[in-house]
Design a protein around this ligand. Sequence first.
Ligand code: GDP
Length: 360
Amino acid sequence: MKVKKYQADNMQEAMLKVKSDLGSDAIILHSRKFKKGGFFGFFAKKKVEVVATVEPEPATDSKDSKELKGELDQMKGMMNNLMGEIQKSKEESLAVTGNPILQKVVEALLNLGIDYSTAQDLARKIVKKTQGQVDDAEKLQQILKAEFENVINDIEPIKLEDDKTKVVAMVGPTGVGKTTTLAKLAANFSLLEGKKVGLVTADTYRIAAVDQLKTYSEIIDLPLEVAFTPQELTTAIDKYQGYDLVLVDTAGRSQNNQMHISELKSFIKKSEIDEVYLVLSATTKTSDLKKIIKVYTELEINKLILTKLDETDSLGIVFEAALEANKPLSYVTVGQDVPEDIKLPESKELIDDILEGLDL
Ligand code: GDP
């Protein structure tokens, strides 16, 4: 706000000054009479002082009022929609918490290894689809099945191409079964399908890991290359020209080790890897699974492999993994035996297996 002081010989003159300077919208804040000059109070001149201001112009940001009104109406509409949605979701949540059957559904989903927020979401969807009439267990199962089908829809194998070597890398935390899975795949493609398969291990962090794959490669009778650097990985892959499939094993360290992830990233980026499969164990805690997926999806994952399905009845983690990673599922493994304990399930069959453990 602009505040200015004016002095004049009389009020009329002061007002003229204010008007010519600030315009006729000026507001007088204060005025006083005083004496100026003189000698011991004699011969002093009477003066007037006026303090005035003008209200600042409203900031229109060069938009006219019609435009502003339009924007305001739009915002009002958005707010109303938002409030409506909040209210609806509040009502749906209340319908979940206030309904013992839905509480049971949430509990059963949690027992299946499904995350609490996912379980709540699923229960809310049930409310929506049944308009709150949720007393039919079969209907509940049907709705859940449909929701699972939305997430687990296409289950894809490693697709080989006729005139190209397909290079596939397995990544994931230590101990989930990467090497064993790779050996199972290698044996199936080479022994059962008659494909030319080469192996590379970039899992040189643990001596035991190299030995483990070496043993498998000797049993299946497949060549194995060891790569300590991204450059060596490129050279190793180049050696397999004319092969149908090259399977690359990588080191799995803690998902908390950022250095490891950047190292892996550079291995994958600098070599000619076509597809990256994230290997996850079905025995992982849901909260850990979310962390693992968050870290590993930095690597541009193509598909997911779920291992150790034989070790748990809570197969909900398979759904949670597909939902969280938003990637297609591929193979699942169901035991330690190479090569037989691996399969490419039908999505319907897998969903039935998962929901079989649901105790409603
Ligand atoms: P990596 O560290 O990810 O390479 O894991 P490994 O391949 O060394 O496997 C770790 C352990 O999990 C080994 O004892 C495997 O036999 C075991 N394993 C791998 N896959 C499965 C599976 O599907 N079911 C069970 N029960 N054990 C498995």
